[in-house]
Design a protein around this ligand. Structure first.
Ligand code: SF4
Length: 152
C-alpha cells in the first residue's frame, strides 16, 4: 500500500488496493486547504483541538471515518478520531453500532468533558456539576422524544 499526499488536502490519503485513487469524498473534505497538514498529524502531547473542530464541521465525516477504519495502519486524526480512539470505534462498529451513532456519542462525550472543565474552572462543586449534567441529559432525552422546537 502506498501513501500519497493529496494536493491541497490537509491529510495523507493512503492508496487502497481496491481504490484507483483518492476516494471522491475527499472533494468534500473540510480539511482541504484549511491550515497546516501538521494539525492532523500531531506529535505526542500536541494539542488536537483545532483539527477536531474542523472534523466536527466536515460534511464528509462519516465517509472519512468508514474509509480510515478499513486500514488500521493509517496514522493521524481522521473524522475527529485519533489512532487510539479509532480502536474503540472498531469495537463499537463490530458490536453493530452505526458510524453516525458513534460520532454523535463521541461528540456528546467531548462536549460533556468541555462543560465539566468550564464548570470546574468556574468553581462549581462536584454535586453542582452532577446536577447540571443530569439536567442536560434529561433535556437531551426530552428533545430526542419530542423534537428540538417543542422541547425549547
Ligand atoms: S472528517 Fe476531518 S479528516 Fe476527514 S475529511 Fe473531514 S476534515 Fe478531513
Amino acid at each position: 500500500m502506498s501513501a500519497l499526499r493529496v494536493p491541497g488536502r490537509a491529510m495523507t490519503v493512503r492508496r487502497h488496493p481496491v481504490l484507483p485513487g483518492p476516494p471522491e469524498w475527499t472533494e468534500l473534505a473540510a480539511c482541504a486547504g484549511s491550515g497546516s497538514p501538521d494539525l492532523w498529524f500531531p506529535a505526542p502531547g500536541e494539542d488536537t483541538a483545532a483539527a477536531m473542530a474542523v472534523c466536527r464541521s466536515c460534511p464528509a465525516r462519516v465517509r472519512c471515518l468508514g474509509y480510515v477504519l478499513d486500514d488500521p495502519s493509517i496514522k493521524g486524526i481522521w473524522a475527529g478520531f485519533t489512532e487510539r480512539t479509532r480502536r474503540r470505534v472498531v469495537i463499537q462498529r463490530v458490536a453493530g453500532r452505526s458510524l453516525e451513532d458513534i460520532i454523535a456519542a463521541s461528540d456528546a462525550a467531548a462536549d460533556a468533558r468541555h462543560d465539566t472543565g468550564l464548570a470546574r474552572a468556574a468553581g462549581e462543586t462536584f454535586t453542582e456539576r452532577k446536577r447540571t449534567r443530569e439536567r442536560k441529559r434529561r433535556a437531551a432525552v426530552r428533545e430526542a422524544r419530542i423534537g428540538p422546537e417543542a422541547a425549547a
